[in-house]
Ligand binder design. Structure first.
Ligand code: AMP
Ligand code: TRP
Length: 337
């Protein structure tokens, strides 16, 4: 039997998971999980790149795990675990940080955006070196495919460059991973409902523009009905401005409809009708996810047990790759180790 390709991806527990996380990442993971061997990580070390409330970080870590499973991540195909439970991530992260030229990191648009407006001197160094840790996450599992949203393309390119650089300098060690972005159609870049020129995100204070997966149904409906649209009055899918195009994309991603379907359904209709249809479609998909997530969150001990099981699967795989990298670099191992 040919072995299945390895898939790795992760989301930061840096706020409640939102619709962009679902459509850009979790849903593609779920749809394709049976065709690969998957590791889906809750990347808590990445969340520390900005200051966090400790109690909230712990809650959000569990909440994200519950959402993964509630969305349909299946333990038969996919290992779910917390990044900091597997110490190899931090260790390989350091080894790769030492291999990363400053110039590569300075080019990262996400860093430039996040650091903008803040006093550069006060931005944590982790925010700058974070792509090397992300590369470590991926490379530890000999990952072939990394399904993510469009915003992660540049970080993945850096992970590939680092794998190649290491292999070139120290000998063949890492598998060079491939990005998987947007191959299922709409959803790889969901924009804010209040400002369709910036991506939907859990930071940046765009509460009204961000649909959280566990938002109450009436709040979801209200957020969609208030979404910014274009200056016209009727939908024209092919020439829609950013607000209407985003709503159409969300509807397509949630229903699986094509652009042509969207044109047939909405061309010539009012924006109000489009919004109502988007809200209906969203609530239909999210209601069962919310029920399952809330049920999982009620049994914290069971949730923690499942995460421990995940770490136990991930740990030896990661340790094996780390040991190879250490040997290549000339780091001594302990006698008998
Ligand atoms: P983050 O919340 O930054 O940890 O992102 C986790 C995953 O969700 C990554 O694969 C991102 O590419 C994806 N993602 C985040 N925001 C969006 C968005 N607005 N649209 C599509 N995908 C997104
Ligand atoms: N950097 C990603 C984000 O913010 C999260 C992430 C960390 C990730 N490590 C990863 C995604 C490894 C894919 C693979 O969205």
């Amino acid at each position: 039997m040919p072995s299945l390709p390895v898939v790795f991806s992760g989301i930061q527990p840096s706020g409640a998971p939102h619709l962009g996380n679902y459509l850009g990442a979790i849903r593609p993971w779920v749809v394709e999980q049976a065709e690969s061997r998957n590791y889906f990580c809750i990347v808590d070390l990445h969340a520390l790149t900005v200051e966090r409330d400790p109690a909230q970080l712990a809650d959000q870590t569990r909440e994200l795990a519950a959402v993964y499973w509630a969305c349909g991540i299946d333990p038969a195909h996919s290992t779910v675990f917390v990044q900091s439970h597997v110490a190899a991530h931090a260790e390989l992260g350091w080894l790769l940080t030492c291999l990363t030229p400053m110039g590569w990191l300075e080019r990262m648009t996400q860093f430039k955006e996040k650091a903008r407006g803040e006093q550069a001197e006060r931005v944590g160094a982790g925010l700058f070196t974070y792509p090397a840790l992300m590369a470590a996450d991926i490379l530890l599992y000999r990952t072939e495919l990394v399904p993510v949203g469009e915003d992660q393309r540049q970080h993945l390119e850096l992970a590939r460059d680092l794998a190649q650089r290491f292999n070139h300098r120290y000998g063949e060690t890492f598998v060079v991973p491939q990005p998987r972005i947007g191959h299922l159609g709409a959803g790889s870049r969901v924009m804010g409902l209040d400002d369709p020129t910036t991506k939907m995100s859990k930071t940046g204070g765009q509460e009204a523009g961000c649909i959280l997966l566990l938002d109450p149904p009436d709040l979801i409906r209200r957020k969609v009905l208030r979404a910014q649209t274009d200056s016209g009055r009727e939908v024209a899918v092919e020439v829609a401005g950013p607000g209407v195009a985003n709503l159409v994309d969300i509807w397509r991603a949630v229903t699986g409809a094509s652009r042509e379907d969207a044109g047939r359904c909405f061309d010539g209709r009012g924006y109000g009708e489009l919004k109502r249809r988007v809200a209906d479609a969203l609530l239909e998909v999210l209601a069962p996810i919310q029920d399952r997530a809330l049920a999982l969150l009620r049994d914290r001990a069971e949730l923690d047990r499942r995460l421990a099981d995940g770490a136990a699967v991930a740990q030896p795989v990661a340790a094996g790759t780390l040991a190879r990298a250490r040997r290549r670099l000339g780091l001594l191992s302990l006698p008998g180790g």
